[in-house]
Design a protein around this ligand. Structure first.
Ligand code: HAM
Length: 428
């Protein structure tokens, strides 16, 4: 027997039975983004490796261990994008988008790639829906992107999640703080894991990311950055919090939310849910005021988030199973053609003709492609969530009518073909 080829580890098919949730998430996002004045941008999946090593940071876990990097046939080092921000920033610079709008609000959706150890909620190909706002260093912009993520989460039926908020201050403010951290962690260096001992001098903030219980316990008593912030940064952070309160977004200030990517400064945040297991963050983001300049553009502030679709879908599935998200209402007409003894094909032919007329008029309609028993066709109409079954047999055909059965109430009546085709489409 020929050997079957399987999908790659950590790269999942999204099958038709969950696609409706994906579509609901995407539709909700597009609506929320359109109302807030965000335009879509689509960038390539493959970019020059240097974009990510410079953009995300050479010392980060993502760049060090997780990138799908290879030489293309021309010998250039290319990488499958591990996140969306760097590519959007590249496009922003390359196409001089700042010249089009002083403040530019963009969103994107699509697959990202990280060579991580797969586990629940952690994949090698996963999807993000993200936003980036360029050109303004206002706390209102930070609050706007956070509020968008909150409204999307609520819009798809999620509840019981938490928003953790932090500020990393500016690069200058962080310098003396990092020195303090190095002194602090050096005192406990023998308690830190091998990885954190390396982080101590390379990128000390990363120690807060470590899941090792001993490192986490040492990190608990480390100094807080908040104490070193300038009045300006402190004011920015307070304004973000005020704006979130006004928008009705609940949050908790968590000084240890450092994020896994190096480009952040000032506001950072994560949406987490304890229903997700170890990979609890379903959205993360923050402000990155140096990134555009670091990637060769003009000094331009930015802020955004990336939402992990697979994790949001897992939460939506749970919400559906407890009834917090409603199934879409039944709608449309399913034709049930009963084979005629004299002209076996005639009812099916008529059914297919009427299906097309209804579809052309904007009504959801379907029928089988072959003659089947009445019972199996009715079962299919119910399974597919149709509101009505239009039964078409020898008698109906002779009278130019269908027997229209309401699949909710069971009521039925004869309806002429011409009238059936005048049924107005349901509102979208
Ligand atoms: P990130 O925190 O690396 O941020 O990723 C954002 C979200 O993507 C995470 O909260 C998580 O839900 C999801 N995610 C990350 N890795 C995986 C994975 N291996 N499997 C499944 N889901 C995953 C960024 O990527 C930034 N670009 C966000 C941003 C935009 N910051 C500013 N603008």
């Amino acid at each position: 027997m020929t050997e079957k080829i399987q999908s790659l580890t950590g790269m999942n098919d999204i099958l038709p039975d969950t696609v409706s949730l994906w579509q609901r998430l995407e539709t909700t996002c597009r609506q929320v983004f359109a109302h807030a004045g965000f335009a879509e941008i689509r960038t390539p999946l493959l970019e020059a490796t240097a974009l990510f090593s410079r953009g995300i940071g050479d010392d980060t876990q993502v760049v060090q261990k997780e990138m799908y990097t290879f030489l293309d046939k021309g010998g250039d080092s290319v990488t499958l994008r591990p996140e969306g921000t760097a590519g959007v920033v590249r496009a922003y610079i390359e196409h001089a988008l700042q010249a089009q709008e002083e403040v530019l609000k963009l969103y994107y959706m699509g697959p990202m790639f990280r060579y991580e150890r797969p586990q629940k909620g952690r994949l090698r190909q996963f999807h993000q829906i993200g936003v980036e706002v360029f050109g303004v260093d206002s706390p209102f912009a930070d609050a706007e992107v956070i509020t968008l993520a909150d409204r999307i989460a609520k819009g798809v039926g999620l509840s019981g999640y938490q928003l953790f908020l932090n500020t990393l201050g500016t690069k200058e403010e962080r310098e003396p703080y990092l020195a303090k951290l190095i002194i602090y962690f050096s005192k406990f260096s023998h308690d830190l894991c091998g990885e954190c001992q390396k982080r101590l001098h390379k990128n000390v903030l990363r120690i807060f990311d470590c899941k090792n219980p001993q490192c986490a316990s040492v990190a608990e008593d480390a100094p807080f950055l908040m104490d070193d912030l300038s009045p300006r940064s402190r004011g920015h952070f307070e304004s973000v919090q005020n704006a979130l309160t006004v928008a009705g977004v609940a949050f908790e200030v968590k000084p240890r939310v450092v994020r896994g990517l190096d480009y952040y400064e000032k506001t950072t945040f994560e949406f987490v849910s304890d229903q997700l297991g170890a990979q609890s963050a379903f959205c993360g983001g923050g402000r990155y005021n140096q990134l555009v300049a670091e990637l060769g553009g003009k000094d331009t502030p930015g802020v955004g988030f990336g939402m992990g679709c697979e994790r949001v879908i897992m939460l939506m599935e749970q919400a559906v199973s407890v009834g917090a998200v409603r199934e879409p209402p039944m709608n449309g007409i399913y034709f049930v053609a009963i084979a005629d003894r004299a002209l076996p094909e005639a009812p099916l032919q008529k059914a297919r003709e009427l299906v097309q007329r209804l579809r052309d008029a904007g009504v959801r309609a379907d029928a089988g492609f072959e003659a089947k028993s009445l019972k199996s066709q009715m079962r299919r109409a119910n399974k597919l969530g149709y509101a009505k079954a239009a039964i078409l047999g020898e008698d109906e055909l002779a009278k130019n009518v269908v027997t229209l059965k309401d699949l909710v109430t069971g009521e039925q009546s004869e309806v002429p073909f011409e009238e059936l085709c005048k049924i107005p489409p349901p509102p979208l």
